[in-house]
Design a protein around this ligand. Sequence first.
Ligand code: PMP
Length: 436
Amino acid sequence: MSLQGQQTRAYYQRAREVFPYGVNSNFRYWGEDDTFVISRAKGPYLWDADDKRYTDFRLAFGPIILGHANERVVNAVTEAIKNGTQFAFTNTLEIEAGERVTRMAGIDKVRFTNSGTEATMHALRVARAYTGREKFIKFEGCYHGVHDYVLFNTANSPGEALGSRRSPLPTPVSSGIPRGMADYVIIAPYNDIERIEEMVAQSWHETAAILVEPIMGNVAGVMPKPGFLEKLRELCDKYGIVLIFDEVKTGFRIANGGAQEYFNIKADLVTYAKAMGNGFPVAAFGGKEKVMMTIEPGQMIHTGTFNGNGVGMAATVATLDILENESIIDQIYEWGTKLMNGIDGILTRQGVPHVMTGVAPMFSFGLGIEQTPHDVRDYNKADQMLYEHFTTELVKRGVMPELDGKEPWFMCAAHDESVIHESLNVIEDVAKSFFK
Ligand code: PMP
């Protein structure tokens, strides 16, 4: 049975005429019969082109932290754009957004940009310029966007991971990446404290940065082992390497100050995007004064026509104002924990071997495994087809997580107690017939 209703199917056929595979981002493609076309969203809900309602746990892969079309954010953006959005000069809203981001994130300096990809690209360049070194360390399974430098050994690598767990081989995730790019990336196993120590001892003199997702937001929310991030901090201090936390998923989601606050560890550079603007396109990279001040007009480039544009800045100021002044994230933990525990209980009652992963604002679970995964190879032992089939049944019933369990269930402030209760009823119902 197709997930597409009649109208959705008709729209999708039109989309295929103009976009390769009918989408503007490959991750949105669920196959010819199942790719959605959405017409609107509000709060915790999405409606497809057939006006069928779904409780949204994908939340655009993370940006929606307050709920879709949050009125205060929409009003702030609506007001701001009446005054123009692009000036090729610093604008007043931008300063306010910068003050809020630096204060909440606990960083000295920030520069705005427009996507997570741009944020990690610029952060890497700053780290290289700061250290005068060319390579960087990336962990197997982490995702940092789509520029050529970082598109290696993500969780979506086609086929089996290449190389041993100890020494993964740099493997591009896409055609079109120049072969030479592999010379600049050192792939390390996530959560292997001893191995990273050895790798850094061997390569520090050519290593500009260690780039890491502090929680593996692209591998089901796999958590860092106690001591892992601390070890990265220690090694970076010892060898003059720039520690970059990619907080595109964790930023303004797992705590107001993101993973830096959650784990009480300061990186040298940090990248943000998704939750910062509750769905409006905006991103940032920032960090310590001495590293960020490597940027220098005419010498060390960070530019961009749309950087700091009025839409993103108004959305950022409004979103962060709400996050800073109301206990939104606490609320998300409370309801997210209810949902997580609820799913855990349902799977247990059905006798399905499983393990819950991540934190309440972004969690997932693996089916058919019972050991907590510590890296992407562990997670890949889970039965991913079973997960896909189970979640497909949920989607048919109007509860919509991503069908790939590596992409977490995201929570937002609009997922209140009644939404969670309703969703758990559906999940229990589906689980009873699916796992019987
Ligand atoms: N870093 C992380 C950790 C991400 O999860 C993503 C996107 N999922 C990116 C970077 C890239 O962000 P964008 O899609 O905005 O380019």
